[in-house]
Design a protein. Sequence first.
Length: 512
Amino acid sequence: MARDPFRAAAVRVRHLLRPRAGRRPRTGGLPGAAPRPLVRALGLVAVVLLGAWLGLLAVGSVRTPVGPMDTTMTLRPSLSGGTKINVSPLGALELDSHHAPVRLDVDVDRLDPIRSEALVQHPERLAGLEDEVTGDVSAGARELAVRSCVAVVSGATALGLAVYRRPRRALAAGGLALALLAASGIGAYATWNPKSVLEPKFSGLLSSAPSVVGDARSIVSDFDVYQQELARLVTNVTKLYDATSTLPVYRPDPATLRVLHVSDIHLNPAAWHIIGSLVEQYGIDVIIDSGDTMDHGAAVENSFLDPIADLGAPYVWVRGNHDSAVTQTYLENRKRFPNVRVLDEGRAVTIGGVRVAGVGDPQFTPDRTGPEQAGDVQRTAGLRLAAGLGAQSRAGTPADIAVAHEPEAARQTDGAVPLVLAGHVHHRQNEVMKGGTRLMVEGSTGGGGLRAVQNKSPEQVLASVLYLDRSTRTLQAWDEITLGGLGLTTAEVSRHLPKDAPAPPTSPAPSP
């Protein structure tokens, strides 16, 4: 039965390579000449690729323990390469580890109850998990490499023999398959990126993402340790699969400030539940809202803002073009909102361990005079924000983050602040401007608002967690969080590092 796929494939390939009935193969006009070399070569390549793929499907996987987990490692043909770690039922982690026509799939089948119980009862053993995982991964990779070679060569040889019925042709197919696998291995080695584990892309349950992806501070400080980070991943998954099947509380690194950037909620009440969940799961220190929380800015909408007082974190807000002066006055009531700070006209405040300056949008949608004047108005507002930033610097209290609603206004702060946040456009933008200021534009945390429900498919819900060094307030990393739409509980979390991230720490030279 195991040879049925090869037999069926051989019949199809022979049918494709066989000349049609009643027609003589093209021989260049010479009787008895062989078919064109190009056709034969393409046919051989097709046989090799199909046979190698069938071989990998049949026997190209390895079951191996990795720490307390039983896993299955598999090589699969792929145009993009990389590594995918499936952690059922939590989700999947994708790593841009290499660029080659093969992808490594690692499926976490189950958590061994005996080994995991030993770790739960003896937490001190987690300290030695790193060496154990390193050894397990190395052993599994070696076994997978050997098994894949055998699978590829055997599959191509078997299919070559079935198609051509000539041992020499079959051996040529097997040799070519081995050469292609070796070339793929060389390509993977040449493009190997050990830092890919520092920027994982997680898809799955939102509540699982912080624990699986890990904390940014620890990751940034351990730049050159790919295997250590794999051990950290295994440790995190082990903690998630505890005996009571409950998710542990995420404990962020205390040396990191965590800022949640939200924008353009547009009266969507589901946004408050999402923000509250992120505050709890990520241990958020401060929330920054870059505006358009409302839709019409009318007084009757003000009660929509009341849940902000119960989010469990300081809340910094600037006015968007859908937010009126009535909205701003309502939020400025410190008795009603003791955790809210409204920023405008370049004013700055230190809250949650970070100093933030901001300016409100100078336009209110019903009063918009025309698109031809919008750019000048926004630039003027941005210049007021830049002037405020300059005054703060001269006073010895420079701002760490600036906030505006419109990206055009935010651009005027280039060179005056390390990081500026904006919204308005309902999609993400991220760039370092000419003066060195990083501009981060957030999409709609409200999924475009309640009006988005009228669309065929709702907009994605977007937010970002920014990790800042607690002492210098410099940006270390950020997580882009994307929910599929209104009512969905799954999420995609992508970790990103700035290109100007600090160099790997070096060990001091031993004293004489």
